[in-house]
Design a protein around this ligand. Structure first.
Ligand code: AMP
Ligand code: ZN
Length: 473
């Protein structure tokens, strides 16, 4: 399967070729663990997941690195604002170390709930201070840095290709003069590699360095960790589009300045999840977490389905109504797959007919063309509704698509048949009450009743066709 991706570097859809045959080395900017990820951030990780699954489907081995930013960084991308970890620590009364541990665990819980394949490596910034210091030393020895007011800066005027990824965005920034000029900088877009002169007296995370006790700038972390795990040159670097103009631009400058070589071949960026006409963002308070959706009765995979309904390079507008539509579609899908499993005894065809092969070809064509997931979902539904296909063939195709869509359909269980006649009246009444609570969207009461039933020895499982019970043994 030939893959074609939109490369932000050059703004063109290009044929994908790896540096090393059969292996893809890919780095995706990960979470800053000072708060819960919101569902906009999770859109970014779902995009990474579809990309990774597509690469694996196409036969590549993927080395997938996602960093955990646990060093405090500024609430503003441009070295301004307040330190995010310090702020969170002050507000919660917990240490910065406890905060990063807590939110790293919360991040992995979200990832698992969304059935996102875990990255091969998850390096933490605080475990790689030495690598960052070594990289800064390399830059210093090549003359790309200067010291000013106690901090070490990268001098962008020394790097001839500065801003090649950002194109228009950077010109806009300069023209609009949105950046307050820091008197310690030689050029407005110079950035800090190492801080010793922190404006935050209470900065808890500090390390010794050749330039004094302090802590690294944000951008250096991704360059140091990606190069450690993937080498001086690698295939794909991902992140949200907000990273193009500053973070990724600065990562490229310092990495290529250090090695003297082209760093990354393909830059891939996801567009924003939008809510109430604005970007979903922690800083503005305009955000929703996956846990809050679960509390409202959604399955995390409803959000996965919703997210795949938009192309990663288009903005996606979030609303509860559209998530509800995704929920119905996802439940319908599960119901259909359960029916196919029942029809076939869960044995897909071993040799599929030409119509099934055509669907697979169409699916491969759409996913390989810059990950067209909305088109793939529509292929899936056309296939499921096609009366020319046997159930065995449908099950085969659905399992094939699901290697990329990631709904874990292979493990979707056929609910056990209940025999109402076996139920004691008290249990039956509790189950009826719970069904009523769910249809009234009274999730708290429904959960309470499920716990009561559990105490009485009955497990209730919610399936697309309603709740089913089983007696615990
Ligand atoms: P952060 O934890 O803020 O560094 O963000 C983690 C990832 O989420 C980055 O790749 C961001 O570009 C991405 N991101 C942040 N906000 C949104 C949003 N509203 N929609 C999609 N991606 C986002
Ligand atoms: Zn990064």
């Amino acid at each position: 399967m030939k893959l074609r991706f939109f490369n932000t570097m050059g703004r063109l859809v290009e044929d994908f070729k790896t540096i090393e045959t059969g292996v893809v080395k890919m780095y995706c900017c990960g979470p800053t663990v000072y708060n819960y990820a919101h569902i906009g951030n999770l859109r970014a990780y779902l995009f990474d997941d579809i990309l990774r699954r597509t690469l694996e489907y196409a036969g590549y081995k993927v080395d997938h690195v996602v960093n955990i930013t646990d060093v405090g960084h500024l609430t503003d991308d441009n070295d301004d604002g307040e330190d995010k970890m310090v702020k969170s620590s002050r507000e919660s009364g917990k240490s910065v170390w406890d905060i990063s541990k807590f939110f790293t665990e919360a991040f992995f819980k979200d990832i698992d709930n969304l059935n996102i394949v875990r990255p091969t490596v998850n390096p933490k910034a605080t475990d790689h201070i030495e690598e960052m210091i070594n990289l800064i030393k390399r830059l210093e020895s090549k003359g790309f840095t200067y010291n000013s007011a106690g901090n070490v800066y990268f001098d962008i005027s020394k790097f001839h290709d500065y801003g090649k990824l950002a194109l228009r965005e950077r010109q806009d920034l300069t023209a609009g003069a949105r950046v307050a000029v820091d008197p310690n900088k030689k050029n407005a877009h110079d950035f800090v590699l190492w801080f010793t002169n922190s404006k935050f007296e209470d900065q808890a995370m500090q390390w010794e360095s050749p330039w004094g006790r302090g802590y690294p700038g944000w951008h250096i972390e991704c360059s140091a960790m990606s190069m450690k795990y993937l080498g001086d040159q690698f295939d794909i670097h991902c992140g949200g589009i907000d990273h193009i103009s500053i973070h990724h631009t600065n990562e490229i400058a310092q990495s290529e300045a250090a090695t003297g070589k082209k760093w990354v071949n393909y830059w891939m960026h996801n567009e924003f999840l939008i809510m109430n006409k604005g970007k979903m963002a922690k800083s503005s308070g305009n955000f929703i977490t996956l846990d809050s959706l679960i509390e409202d009765g959604f399955d995390p995979l409803d959000y996965r389905y919703f997210s795949l309904g938009g192309h990663y390079r288009s903005q996606l507008q979030f609303s509860v109504e559209s998530l509800n539509s995704a929920k119905s579609a996802r439940e319908n899908l599960f119901e259909r797959v359960i029916q196919l499993k029942k029809d076939t005894n869960n044995i897909p065809s071993t040799k599929v007919g030409v119509t099934a092969k055509d669907y697979i070809a169409k699916f491969q064509d759409h996913i390989s063309n810059d990950l067209n997931t909305p088109q793939v979902l529509s292929d899936l539904w056309l296939m499921l509704k096609d009366s020319n296909l046997s159930s065995g063939d449908k099950l085969f195709v659905v399992y094939d698509f699901d290697r990329i869509l990631g709904f874990d359909l292979l493990n979707l269980e056929i609910p056990k048949q209940n025999d109402e006649a076996d139920l004691e009246p008290e249990i039956k009444e509790l189950i009826d009450l719970r069904n009523k609570a769910r249809s009234d969207k009274n999730w708290e009461r429904a959960d309470e009743l499920r716990d009561i039933l559990l105490n009485k020895g009955f497990t209730i499982t919610d399936t697309p066709s309603g709740a089913v019970w089983s007696k615990n043994v």
